[in-house]
Design a protein around this ligand. Structure first.
Ligand code: FPP
Length: 246
């Protein structure tokens, strides 16, 4: 029998995603279940965003992208759109301190010029005030559509080709990637969708090619720290192959 001391090893560090993206669905259903107006569901949903920011910082997840408003959402009743824009403005004002406390940089992707001026002003102010933070990043997808983003990239690439600034024969995947809204942000490793729908809904179409998908029946307003940790733990058990064999 060996007299050697057993080698004590540190348990391996849990695998966490670098970039987590979330389709926050189910605010309306949550409100309906509670007998409340839909806007109350969005308000509770905004609280879940705050919890997600904190939890990501705690777990060491560097990028969190949340689908806060899609290009399709403009077609909702005006009162709901107005309430969402108002909530966004209040969220930016209220959460700014939270972003500073957690050293989180705010960014936004989408057709931001569609947003009301007052929202844009608040957004630009908080983005500017937090732009020096490096470890944590909150990316709000606003007036966002994956196809819109890819079409805008294609337009810009075509424009450059026409102007002789790039060679059309050399357009490859990295050319497309670098013309998306936030080319410096790594692709999401994990995509969570709440409230059970098995859909991508035009979110980050290019970037989620190899993301792990996690769908839960929990409605977004009920998706808090415990549920997020559970999703990240499951991600940690997944074996990512990126199209390779075992
Ligand atoms: C989907 O729920 C959610 C949205 C359309 C908007 C997401 C917005 C928030 C979570 C709150 C605001 C966010 C920030 C960052 C302040 P739904 O209305 O489609 O729900 P339903 O499918 O149950 O009707």
């Amino acid at each position: 029998m060996s007299t050697q001391e057993p080698i004590t090893q540190e348990p391996p560090a849990p695998k966490v995603p670098v970039h987590l993206a979330i389709i926050m669905d189910g605010n309306g259903r949550w409100a309906k279940q509670q007998g409340l107006p839909r806007t109350k569901g969005h308000e509770r949903g905004a609280e879940s965003v705050r919890v997600a920011i904190r939890t990501c910082r705690k777990l060491g997840i560097r990028y969190l992208t949340v689908y806060a408003f899609s290009v399709e959402n403009w077609a909702r009743p005006k009162a709901e759109v107005d309430a969402l824009m108002d909530l966004l403005k209040r969220f930016l004002r209220k959460e700014e301190q939270e972003l500073h406390d957690n050293k989180v940089r705010l960014r936004a992707i989408g057709r931001l010029s569609d947003l009301p001026k007052s929202v844009r002003r608040e957004l630009n102010r908080v983005m500017h005030a937090t732009e020096h933070y490096k470890e944590g990043n909150l990316i709000l997808a606003l007036s966002y559509g994956g196809r819109t983003e890819i079409a805008a990239a294609a337009r810009e690439i075509a424009r450059k080709a026409k102007a002789g600034e790039l060679d059309p024969d050399k357009v490859d995947e990295s050319t497309v990637s670098t013309h998306l809204y936030a080319p410096d942000i790594p692709d999401p490793d994990l995509l969570i969708r709440t409230s059970g729908e098995m859909r991508i809904s035009n979110f980050l179409l290019w970037q989620i090619s190899y993301a792990e998908l996690y769908v839960t029946d929990i409605l977004w307003p009920d998706f808090r720290e415990e549920q997020l940790i559970k999703a990240v733990e499951e991600y940690g058990r997944r074996h990512r192959r990126f199209g390779l064999s075992e």
